[in-house]
Design a protein around this ligand. Structure first.
Ligand code: SF4
Length: 407
């Protein structure tokens, strides 16, 4: 097969900036987009088929942002549901292998930018993108016996298909809630994002989903089994050095080995001292607010200014790149439901601000902790001065001195 761009790992890490943008799919300007991998029986799949539903590239305008659903259907005797999140996350890697293409994020946040050089090279159809995905999946993963890729750009159909994707993501997230770090002797590491953040390694434990929110402990286990030489690998948990901060000998060792020696310690349950590294794909950022000595959290989809006057993208610039930044923690949103979420710093009881959308999404968890009317949203306060007053009026337990930090 011949394509209009070269493909290979040498193009991973290639960024498409605004000035060089030709067209983009998904991303913040597009309301609905997603990527999903589904398990099918062999007879349900027409091997290597690529179907485009909706506008194709040759009908799109330069500079435009378009909705997309990337649906990869796979079949294979050794494949099971556990493998799907792992295969799905490879969309990030394979799309980034294409010269001139830049993939970010995951699940319902997917974002692809294509540069002007790709336009000059003659790209006119998404069919080639689907063919490249089919080719890379089958060449790199023997476990896939049949594959079919559907690329939907029709917004109405994407909207119709979205509940299926959302249900799949929720089922994956739910499964890990009953398992905890103390129940296992193996964690998993992921270095898939090192092409963009060379010192970043995600430590994935039952109580800590990967920063992108797309890979939980079960997914890590499945990935390490399917592709032992791949970017996701087992970490013997090792001695528990600090149960409050979540410091484990095994995680420290991997941090040392895989961060180019930049870091040698990592706390899984704290935003201070040795917080987890932040790549660039994180779903959300936990940020310290010094004026109230507490935290806020903001997710990628929130377009406004946070209570500290910064937007998500501004904050992301200061947080990303594979660094440990005290008081700034790139994280998967599911961490909110983890009992160990920044537990050393006071956990959810020290959270004072979040966008309404996050608050609604995690209503059950927030209500269970008695914090529903204690955490401010963008509609309640516009800045830190208002926040202080609001928290006082609402008797936030952290400000009332009712939260004791674990020792
Ligand atoms: S954010 Fe972490 S878990 Fe997710 S793909 Fe990147 S390195 Fe892996």
């Amino acid at each position: 097969m011949e394509w209009h761009s070269d493909i290979g790992p040498q193009y991973e890490g290639e960024v498409v900036r605004k000035e060089d943008l030709w067209i983009e799919f998904g991303g913040p300007k597009v309301a609905r987009k997603f990527e999903l991998c589904r398990l099918k029986s062999p007879e349900q799949i027409e091997h290597e088929k690529v179907e485009i539903i909706g506008k194709d590239i040759n009908e799109m305008e330069e500079g435009g942002s378009y909705p997309i659903a990337i649906i990869v259907d796979v079949a294979g005797e050794q494949l099971d549901e556990d493998a799907l999140p792992v295969l799905e996350r490879r969309i990030h890697m394979f799309a980034s292998y294409i010269e001139g293409w830049y993939h970010m994020n995951q699940r319902a946040d997917t974002w692809i930018r294509v540069n002007k050089t790709a336009a000059k090279k003659g790209w006119t159809t998404l069919k080639e993108f689907g063919e490249i995905l089919n080719f890379l999946y089958t060449s790199e993963m023997d476990i896939i016996e049949k594959i079919q890729t559907t690329l939907v750009t029709d917004p109405d159909l994407i909207e119709k298909l979205y509940p299926e994707a959302k249900a799949a993501y929720a089922a994956r997230d739910q499964r890990v809630l009953t398992l905890h770090d103390e129940d296992v002797d193996t964690f998993y590491g992921c270095v898939l994002c090192q092409s963009f953040a060379p010192t970043h390694v995600s430590i994935i434990s039952p109580d800590r989903i990967g920063n992108c929110g797309a890979i939980n402990w079960f997914d890590g286990r499945a990935a390490a089994k399917i592709d032992p030489e791949g970017p996701i690998f087992a970490i013997p948990r090792g001695d528990l050095i600090d149960p409050t901060k979540g410091e484990y000998a095994g995680a420290n060792q991997v941090e040392r080995e895989r961060s180019l020696g930049t870091y040698d310690r990592v706390y899984l349950y704290s935003a201070f001292e040795h917080p987890h590294t932040s790549c660039g794909c994180f779903e959300a950022i936990v940020f310290y607010i010094p004026e109230v000595d507490a935290f806020g959290i903001v997710h990628r989809e929130f377009k406004g200014k946070t209570v500290i006057g910064e937007t998500f993208s501004h904050m992301a610039g200061e947080t990303s790149g594979g660094r440990q930044v005290e008081g700034r923690l790139g994280t998967g949103l599911e961490q909110i439901r983890s009992p160990k979420f920044i537990q050393a710093d006071g956990g959810l009881h020290r959270m004072v601000w979040m966008p309404k959308e996050i608050k609604e999404r995690y209503r059950e968890t927030i209500e269970a902790k008695g914090l529903w009317d204690k955490i401010a949203i963008e509609e309640d306060v516009a800045d830190v001065d208002q926040l202080l007053k609001w928290l006082d009026e609402h008797q936030h337990p952290w400000l009332m001195g009712q939260v004791e930090l674990p020792t």
